[in-house]
Design a protein around this ligand. Structure first.
Ligand code: ADP
Length: 339
């Protein structure tokens, strides 16, 4: 019967999810050149097998010029939004089976974080980012299972700016019930608008705040009566660029310090989890507090790390990759040495 089909499908998914459980995956994505840029300005990089990327600094000589970084996967400049999403899909399905999932976009401003998470234009499905594809799949599975599992879905959209948490749709950042992708898109549209109202210059501000879209799923299996709870956090992090301390003053310096602090707090939490430390320092930033239930334990974490191809970004590119490698290193190190 179709009920058994669903159970079987769940069992298979469960096994798949067991494999992913507790792991932290890091995918690196290289942004293409933007229109009007000259190709002569490229950082030279080589993407190897097994998630390796070698960065060659044309401004340096010899051994110092080359650095190799290792991730779960590396996506080059021509990889489509659809291909980026393929590996994410099982994580999205697992949310409906009662798992907590966190997907992050990390990188300097302009490296493609928003492109990966949302895409350039929400009206063009072909270039949809992870957010919209995830919602589409979520509601599709919700529908497919509706004879056996009754789901309730709620969304919440918050912004963390200077260690302060702002609800973008409702002042107290509470949950809003939704039952279709359309509902969520409308919710996000209002949220984006509110984000703009509060900011003098939207782009400036949005690159200096973390935005967290949370989809909360509650399901009741109609036959057994058992309850599933899962949630999906889609996190577009503030730009990771380091600010020259001698240049930044006032508000700008304060923002930069808050960003640095929260990004390193995130790095600390993730590496403490990977090392299976007894103490996980969740309380060191608003961001890690908000995500506490979805980092560690049974939760699954995926980080998309973005780099720009321009040679003038090489300093940021290398520091971005170092951060990302710290996040990825321990689990990957263990996996590699088992090979
Ligand atoms: P960030 O969110 O990191 O500040 P954006 O996502 O806004 O960066 O990307 C900066 C610019 O580069 C935007 O114009 C965006 O459309 C473009 N861009 C980023 N990644 C890609 C990509 N993979 N393919 C095409 N254009 C991209």
């Amino acid at each position: 019967s179709s009920y058994h089909k669903v159970l079987e499908e769940n069992r298979m998914l469960y096994n798949q999810v067991q494999d992913l459980k507790g792991t932290i995956r890091v995918y690196c994505r290289v942004r293409p050149f933007l229109q009007g840029q000259t190709n002569g300005q490229s950082t030279v990089y080589y993407i190897g097998e097994n998630g390796n990327i070698m960065i060659v600094n044309p401004l340096k000589q010899g051994k110092d010029a080359r650095k190799v970084f290792s991730f779960n996967k590396v996506f080059g400049q021509n990889v489509s939004q659809e291909q980026i999403y393929i590996d994410t899909q099982p994580l999205i399905r697992s949310v409906l089976d009662g798992f907590n999932v966190c997907i992050f976009a990390y990188g300097q401003t302009g490296s493609g974080k928003t492109y990966t998470m949302s895409g350039p234009d929400m009206t063009t499905e072909q270039t949809w980012g992870v957010n919209y594809r995830a919602l589409r799949d979520l509601f599709q599975i919700y529908k497919e299972r509706s004879d056996f599992i009754r789901y309730e879905v709620g969304v919440q959209m918050i912004e963390i700016y200077n260690e302060q948490l702002n609800g973008l749709n409702v002042p107290d950042a509470s949950w809003v019930p939704v039952s279709s992708t359309q509902d969520v898109l409308e919710f996000m549209r209002i949220g984006q608008k509110n984000r703009a109202v509060g900011a003098t210059a939207l782009n400036e501000r949005s690159s200096r705040s973390h935005s967290v879209l949370t989809i909360h799923v509650y399901g009741k299996e109609l036959v057994s009566g058992s309850i599933l709870k899962g949630c999906l956090h889609l996190v577009d992090l503030a730009g990771s660029e380091r600010v020259d301390k001698s240049e930044a003053v006032g508000e700008r310096l304060k923002e930069a310090q808050h960003i640095n602090r929260s990004l390193s707090a995130l790095g600390d939490v993730i590496s403490a989890l990977a090392q299976k430390s007894a103490h996980i320092p969740y309380r060191n930033s608003k961001l890690t507090q908000v995500l506490q239930d979805s980092l560690g334990g049974q939760a699954k974490t995926l980080m998309f790390v973005h780099i720009s191809p321009e040679v003038n970004a090489i300093g940021e590119t290398i520091s971005t990759l170092k951060f990302a490698e710290r996040v990825a290193s321990i689990e990957l190190g263990a996996a590699r040495s088992n090979k």
